[in-house]
Every structure is written in C-alpha cells, then in structure tokens.
Design a protein around this ligand. Structure first.
Ligand SMILES: *Cc1c(COP(=O)(O)O)cnc(C)c1O
Length: 411
C-alpha cells in the first residue's frame, strides 16, 4: 500500500488552488457579460435581460411563472408574504438546511418548527407529521445537497392537511422525483442562483403555477414600472402596483446575463456534472469506509449541486474529521464537512415570535430530539461536482485520493 501524504508519502494530486471556480468563466460568458454591460446595467422592467432570464428559467424548471429576485433569501421571504403567513402562524422547516430556508419566516415573527432528517439529510412526510401542531399553515422542504425529497408522499400529506407546500430547490436545480421536476410539487418554489449549479452571481428565482402568486411576487420585489406593466389593470392588487409592498429586491442585469448564458448551456453543464457524479458513484459504491449519498435512480434524479458521502466510522481506524484531514493532505483540498449548513433548531433567531422585539437573545428552550439530523451531520462530507472542460484531472485526482485514504484507514 502506498504511504499517505500525511505520513510522508507522495501527494495524490498536486494542483494549485482554487480547485473549484464557478461559473466556468470562458470567453463566451465574458462576451455575454460585456454585451450586457453595454446594453443596460439596470432594468426597471422585464422587457430586457430580466424577462429573458425568467422565460429561460420557466422552460428549464417546467414552471408556469417565474419571478426573479436579488437573492434566494428574498425570494423565500416573498413566499411567506404571498401566502399571508403572520405572527401566530407556524411553518415546518428542515432542522438541517442552510439557514435561509427558515430565517426569513422568523424575521416576520412566524414560528418555525423543525423537522428531522432521513439518511439523505432530507425531511420526510413522517418527520413532518411528527412535529405537526394546530397553528401550522405551511411546510418548506429543502432538497439537501442535490438529493430530492420524497415529494409524492410529502405533497400528499400537505394536501390532506390543507397545508401550503414550499420547496427550497437551491441545492437541486437539476433534480426530479418520480420523473417529475422538483419545484413543481408544491405551491411555490425558490431556486437560489448564488454559487449554485445555475448561477447569476447573486440572485434567486421564484416559480409558481398561479398567476395570483406571480403577481404578488412582482409586487414584493419589483415596484412601479414593472408592476404597473406586468400586473393586469383589473387585478384586485393593481392599486398597489405603483408602490409595491414597500421593498425592492431586483436582480442585477449583469447577473441575469450570466444566468441566461448558464441556461443556454444547461444541457452541457448537466451532462458534464452527471458524468462526474457517476464517476464517484461507480468508484465508491460498496466501499466499507465511504459511500455516495445519492437517492436510488428509480426514485429520483440528483440535482447536481455537490457530491455527498457518508463516512462509516465503525469501518475505519480514524474519525470523520481525521479522514477529511488525510484526504486534504493528499491534495484534495476541497473535501469538507459543511460548516454553515447545520442544525438550526437552537439558533436564537427562532426563539423570536414578535418581529419588533429588541435583538436581545432569549435563553433557548429544550433542544428537540433530532436523531436523524445528528446521524447525518456527524457522518456527512462533500466535494464539488465541477462540470467544466478540463476538470478531468481534478475528478480523477479526488477519486484517487478518496480511494487511497479509504484503503489506508479501513479496519
Ligand atoms: C443558497 C441557499 C439559500 C439562500 O440563497 P441566497 O441566494 O444566497 O440568498 C437558501 N437555501 C438554500 C438551501 C441555499 O443553499
């Protein structure tokens, strides 16, 4: 067996960082940015690149209506306002997700009740039902790290209880469940386009089947010119079109141009990312120490955000964190255990049920039991999925590093 780099052996890959840049800043994307810079740096309506982005994204996501935002966080906030969620109401959210899945509701004084995770880090109909309460009006799910939630059951459960269903698709732009595109199971969905599989730099896209939701999304994010031109004059909310709801969350034109370029190349991005994912799935399935965390293909299609793995501590002579250090020492510097995506249940923000109370943290109540979240969090690690020409060396190098270390630490 070859000696690990951490123990004086040769590194598996020696490529200077950063190993992951996104989007792939090639000549054609540079050109699209420059063209937009000359065309317009700020659009007040959807007659230009912002409308193009929303149209392209509707095709991409199989969505009826798309409204763009300055961020995914703002778009998630809009879902609560569109649905009239208010203090006294509760929403069930994943305990394990990026904070912005839940934080915008807390901002409005809406109680967030946290649900446990399954072996993919996802909430399920059962984990949602387990925390059900009389004041719950809505459920939000996140398709964690690219794996779609079991949406058929979740949608059926929400429908049977008369609950609104929101999907946070920020990790899962390319995912489907049971042959159906994620983002189309609930009442509304949000796709962050920050550093995600499809990016606009900063931005977020809200999708919905209902024109009434779409009009309210415009009222939330885009006042005056756009609202006046896009909301029908005979709509009951038209009198608000000039002022909007009082805020503005418009995407930048340069961001929109990056997004349109990405969507025009979405088929290539998907093909390359799927091939990379398959390389790791083929290389590590059945490995005693480290196995890919990917929903079975007969249930769902992965969303291609990152590649996640489960570390099996009982099969190894090192801990998960020691394992990561050994792989990083091999030169695979982007292997990590997520830091900012973690159990949110103890955060002081979620103790607040009045949006206007002062920012004085209150003592946390008893922590809810979340054994699924604990098990997932303590064993999960991830790597980038890349997806651009020339990434082969990194893909092969990372797989070789993972294989070398798993072999060295196996019991
Ligand atoms: C990135 C992300 C968000 C927030 O989106 P921004 O565009 O960064 O505001 C929300 N939820 C999840 C799951 C995310 O990954």
């Amino acid at each position: 067996m070859t000696t690990l780099a951490a123990r004086g052996g040769a590194k598996t890959l020696d490529i200077p960082g950063p190993h992951y840049r996104w989007p792939d800043m090639n000549a054609s994307l540079e050109q699209a940015i420059i063209v937009q810079a000359h065309r317009s740096l700020s659009d007040r309506d959807a007659s230009g690149i912002i409308g193009e982005l929303e149209k392209e994204f509707a095709k991409f996501a199989s969505a009826e209506h798309v409204v763009s935002f300055a961020s995914g966080t703002a778009a998630i906030h809009a879902m609560g306002r569109i649905a009239d969620l208010k203090p006294g109401d509760a929403i069930i959210a994943p305990a394990y997700t990026f904070l912005a899945t839940a934080s915008p509701f807390a901002f409005d004084g809406i109680e967030v009740i946290f649900a446990d995770a399954d072996e993919y880090g996802n909430v399920t109909a059962a984990s949602i039902e387990a925390v059900m309460a009389p004041n719950v009006r809505a459920v939000i799910v996140t398709h964690m790290w690219g794996n779609p939630c079991a949406m058929t059951d979740i949608a059926a459960y929400c429908e049977s209880r008369g609950l609104l269903l929101f999907e946070d698709c920020s990790h899962a732009h390319f995912a489907s469940w049971n042959g159906q595109r994620i983002g189309t199971f609930g009442d509304m969905a949000v796709f962050s386009t920050n550093q995600k599989a499809i990016t606009t730099g900063e931005g977020g896209l809200l999708t919905t089947r209902l024109k009434a939701h779409r009009d309210l999304a415009i009222l939330y994010a885009h006042y005056n010119k756009r609202a006046l031109s896009d909301i029908d004059r005979d709509s009951p909310i038209y009198p608000f079109a000039f002022t909007g709801m009082g805020l503005k969350h418009r995407i930048t034109t340069i961001g929109a141009a990056i997004g349109v370029h990405q969507l025009q190349h979405a088929a290539d991005i998907e093909k390359r990312r799927r091939a990379n994912l398959a390389t790791f799935v083929d290389g590590l399935t059945g490995n005693p120490v480290l196995t890919p965390v990917v929903v079975p293909p007969e249930h769902g299609t992965h969303g291609l955000y990152v590649i996640g793995f489960a570390f099996h501590p009982q099969a190894a002579t090192v801990t998960r964190d020691e394992f990561i250090d050994l792989v990083v020492a091999e030169g695979a510097r982007e292997v990590d255990a997520p830091g900012s995506t973690r159990n949110l249940a103890g955060e002081p923000l979620f103790q607040r049920h009045d949006p206007y109370e002062p920012w004085t943290p209150r003592a946390a109540g008893p922590a809810p039991a979340l054994p699924g979240v604990e098990a997932f969090e303590s064993t999960f690690l991830k790597i980038p999925i890349w997806g651009y020409p020339g990434d082969t060396e990194l893909v092969d190098g990372y797989l070789a590093s993972l294989l070398k270390v798993t072999e060295a630490v196996a019991r």
